[in-house]
Structure formats: structure tokens, C-alpha cells
Design a protein around this ligand. Sequence first.
Ligand SMILES: [Zn+2]
Length: 153
Amino acid sequence: MSQEHESKGRDLLSKLTRTIRTGAETLVQETKELTRVGKLKVELLALENERARKFEEIGRLAHTLYREGGTIEQLHEHFEAIDNIEARIDAKKKEIEKAPAEEKAEAETVPQESDNIYLPQDEVISHMYCSQCGAQAGADDRFCSKCGNQLKL
Ligand SMILES: [Zn+2]
């Protein structure tokens, strides 16, 4: 669990580094794509939960039938419901598969919205420092105001 947390932290760091390097336009673009694949994954998860619940239900019903001497045919509509859910799961998986590999990789490394990986723009700016003298620099600064070092974005 803590290991997972650590790797999450590393992902966050590399994400932040990239965010600072790529700037605002890319940031917005990535957020939009992440939301798309991320949303599909959430929907997929919901369907898989629904299927698990359905299997549980069928298990209980099958036991009732066994006790009361019913037949498996009586579960037919429940099996159909499972087939229906599985068809939707397949469709969702295909939709995720169709997404560009880059988007899928992003969805893997960036877990939840609540992790707040995307800092507000002004916070990103506050993380910029001159590599030469360490003075703080604004996002639009091309040269350090203190030592004149050329700043790379
Ligand atoms: Zn400097």
C-alpha cells in the first residue's frame, strides 16, 4: 500500500516537472484528454461492479432454487442481464483501446482528480527558478532578472 503511494508520488513529481516544462496550453489539452479516458475507465469500473453484484444475486437465487427444488431455467433472465452487462463492458474496453496510447498511459499514471495533480497556473509559476543563481523567475521571463542567465522553459 505504501509502495503504491510512493510510486504515485513519483508519478506526480514527473508530471509536475513536465507541467512546468510544457506550459499552460499543453496542460489544458492534457487535462481534457485525461478526463476522456479517465471517464471511460470509471464507467468501466461501474459496469464491472454491476456485474459482480449481479453474479452475487444469481448465486443467492441459485441457492434458493436449490433449496426449493427449482430449475436453472428460472435464472435465465438474470443470465441475460449478465450478458448485457458484459457486452457493455466489452464496448467500453474497445473504446478505451481505441484511444491513443499516450492518453492511456496518462490515465494509468494519473489516478484521481482528488489528487490535485494540476496546480493552478500561478502556483506553477512560483516554482520557476533560475538554474544559475536560484532567483525566482516569472513564467514569461526569458532571462533571469538577477544574473541575466537565459531561462529555458
Ligand atoms: Zn539568475
